[in-house]
Ligand binder design. Structure first.
Ligand code: NDP
Length: 260
């Protein structure tokens, strides 16, 4: 008996990394999953992994920075599964240029996907959850950089991740009376393809070697990157009724990074 039996969940960025792990983990708990991503092949692969394990999932092409795409993804989840109970707003991108070298287009791209995209997905989910009148759980994916500057990443990423935390807290405060909870997970160093993906897409990418001249080493008590499933385990808990008294929380999954 899974914790999410009978529930429908959208996971954005579910073609890869943390999003894929969340989609698989929520499906294992009995959830019916809508995987939204710009990487269609990866999203279909995630769906196949879920179905081959006996779970239910569909893939939808969705750029979360595009209002029409988000409306379409949300409608497909509801048309297919009859309802929407959980949103994991995970998709995110970054750049890594020093601020004075960051191009406006890169700044705007990161803010549009990470912050505006999270807003668009949360708004669409809230509208549906309010119509259903049975509550819901929204989980956003921030970063340790929602709270601290840390040793890597760029100003646009940090600004967007700080914004995601405050957006999440706003949702928690505004919709608690409707039984809708909102929590922000703050991953530390997670073993995914994000670095390679960022390098492909950023027009102002600065190599790790030259960037490190401007930064400092990242250390956490647990001295290893996490497997994405170690984040997904926490997301599955927050999605479920076991987290019924948690809302507005910033939940680090960081190997102790923020503690020291
Ligand atoms: P990945 O790059 O492995 O996965 C992210 C997925 O989201 C990719 O498939 C990506 O496609 C997709 N995506 C990007 N932009 C959009 C968009 N506009 N609409 C829909 N999908 C999109 O990254 P991670 O799994 O590592 O990251 C997931 C989240 O976790 C991000 O929000 C990230 O900031 C956060 N995080 C990650 C950490 C880490 O160490 N890995 C640490 C802290 C936070 P494409 O590759 O084509 O862009």
């Amino acid at each position: 008996m899974g914790k999410l039996r009978g529930r429908s969940a959208i996971v954005t960025g579910g073609a890869s990394g943390i999003g894929r792990a969340c989609a698989i983990r929520l499906a294992r708990e009995g959830g019916s999953i809508t995987v939204g991503d710009v990487r269609d092949e990866g999203a279909v692969e995630t769906v196949e992994l879920i179905r081959s394990a006996g779970g239910e999932a569909i893939a939808v092409h969705c750029d979360i920075g595009n209002e029409d795409h988000v409306a379409d993804m949300t409608a497909k989840a509801v048309d297919t599964y009859g309802r929407l109970d959980v949103l994991v707003a995970n998709a995110g991108i970054s750049t890594r240029a020093p601020l004075h070298e960051l191009e406006l287009a890169d700044w705007e791209r990161v803010l549009r996907v990470n912050l505006t995209g999270t807003f668009l997905c949360a708004r669409a989910a809230l509208r549906r959850m309010l119509v259903q009148g049975q509550g819901g759980s929204i989980i956003t994916i921030g970063s340790v950089q929602s709270l601290v500057i840390s040793g890597s990443g760029a100003a646009s990423y940090k600004a967007s991740k700080g914004g995601i935390l405050m957006l999440t807290r706003s949702i928690a405060a505004e919709y608690a009376d409707d039984g809708i909870r909102a929590n922000c997970v703050l991953p530390g160093w997670i073993d995914t393809e994000i670095q390679a993906h960022m390098e492909e897409e950023s027009s102002t990418w600065v190599s790790q070697a030259s960037y490190q001249a401007r930064t400092y080493p990242v250390e956490a008590p647990i001295r290893r990157p996490a497997d994405p499933m170690e984040v997904a385990n926490v997301v599955a808990f927050l999605a479920s009724d076991e987290a019924s008294f948690m809302t507005g929380a910033a939940v680090p999954v960081d190997g102790g990074y923020l503690a020291i």
